[in-house]
Design a protein around this ligand. Structure first.
Ligand code: ACO
Length: 375
């Protein structure tokens, strides 16, 4: 590539080496540290996956028990942070509150913000406390009692408990566990890249995660599943799917939950979540969203040749679990934080300031005109 060539959106640019996550976009394969996501989703738990991402190996039974104990201790929200969240506008978007909360936590936990030895502690702290922050955001607006740390619950069950103020059924907790596993990492996606850029300046872990949360917020990234639910509401019944989707495509609108920069076939996470959308829907006796999404898939594939991505079915699963739509993206963050922090630690270990170049296409020969002489 000539220095003057522009790769818009850094498409196909290989920016760094990593040992965390492998995507084969042609075959639809996704590996965390060498393990296939399909196997992890069917056999492991989020805590095991977080350990795998942070320490590059699956934990022994003792290591897993230690991690779970540690993370349960780290769930507790500092009073000062609870007060900070309470002081924010009540109508603020949960994703904005989450970003502010993580940034504020950095001020309250200065030791954890230092790169180096304390970073693994920071990774565990952030991953453990994010569901509590989400629970606080949700309960504050619904008037329910504050979140108890509940060290007896797994991360998935605790996440649902924190959000819904009730213990989930086994099926619901497993559905959440699978969703957390599937969202835990995805190579150099935009938010992970943002985290690594921040870390590459030797800034602290909490700042890197604050950057990542701001990046995940956008509808082309983490915000897509919320928009999928808006699309379903607009369509209403399967017989209207064809008409609504075709009209959108004719207006060159994007259909959320479809397409991917890396996958040229179906995203393997979508395949797994489709199954969970059906399973949880069947258990609830409500397959409405599932049926609508199947129809939308058929039309989008026929008309545009596009495949579903992870966001197509995640929203329908979360909805069935009773999670409000504006918490979908914060929930995504509460899982991806395991991957973000693993990437930040890898960046610290192999540090190289990330600083690409721009091709300047503006003027070069202007002469300064004093303000009185300008029109
Ligand atoms: N709906 C309609 N058309 C689409 C879609 C879509 N969802 N995705 C891509 N296309 C079309 C584009 O319009 C373009 O068509 P054209 O060549 O006729 O103009 C072509 O496919 C290529 O699209 P690009 O934007 O170049 O593809 P890119 O790799 O940049 O996009 C992206 C990837 C942003 C995810 C895109 O597919 C999209 O906007 N999808 C919808 C949003 C979404 O679901 N995001 C979640 C992604 S997964 C995640 O972040 C967790």
């Amino acid at each position: 590539m000539e220095p003057s060539d522009v790769q818009r959106g850094l498409e196909d640019v290989v920016a760094l080496e990593s040992r965390i996550c492998f995507i084969d976009g042609q075959q639809g394969r996704l590996l965390y540290r060498g393990y296939d996501i399909r196997e992890l989703a069917s056999r492991s738990t989020f805590e095991e996956v977080a350990y795998l991402l942070w320490y590059s190996r699956l934990p022994s039974a003792g290591q897993l028990a230690d991690l779970k104990r540690r993370m349960a201790e780290l769930r507790v929200l500092p009073d000062a942070l609870a007060r900070t969240i309470d002081s924010l506008p009540s109508a603020a978007l949960p994703m904005d509150v989450l970003r502010t909360a993580v940034s504020a936590l950095a001020l309250l936990e200065p030791e954890e913000t230092k790169p180096g030895a304390s970073s693994i502690g920071g990774a565990q702290r952030l991953t453990a406390v994010l569901p509590t922050i989400l629970g606080w955001i949700q309960r504050r607006r619904s008037g329910a009692r504050p979140v108890a740390a509940r060290p007896d619950l797994s991360q998935a069950a605790y996440t649902l408990y924190a959000l819904l103020d009730r213990e989930p059924s086994e099926l619901d907790a497993r559905a959440m566990d699978v969703a957390l596993i599937l969202h835990a990492d995805h190579e150099l996606n935009a938010s992970t890249f943002a985290a690594r850029v921040t870390a590459s300046t030797l800034s602290d872990l909490y700042s890197a995660i604050t950057s990542a949360i701001g990046t995940l917020k956008g509808p082309l990234h983490g915000g897509a599943n919320e928009r999928v639910m808006e699309l379903l509401a607009e369509i209403g019944t399967p017989d209207r799917a064809e008409e609504v989707v075709k009209a959108k495509l004719a207006r060159h609108e994007r259909i959320m939950g479809f397409g991917h920069r890396v996958y040229k076939v179906e995203d393997p996470r979508a395949t797994i979540l489709r199954e969970w959308s059906r399973k949880v829907g069947e258990e609830r006796g409500n397959l409405n969203d599932y049926a609508l999404l199947r129809k939308v898939e058929e039309v989008v594939h026929r008309e545009k040749g596009l495949y579903p991505n992870v966001d197509l079915y995640s929203g329908s699963v979360y909805s069935l679990l009773g999670i409000p739509h504006d918490l979908f993206t914060p929930l995504f963050a509460s899982s991806r934080v395991a991957g973000w922090t693993a990437h930040v630690l890898e960046e610290y270990d192999d540090l190289r300031l990330i600083r690409p170049m721009a091709k300047y296409v503006g003027a070069t020969d202007l002469t300064y005109v004093p303000i009185g002489g300008r029109t």
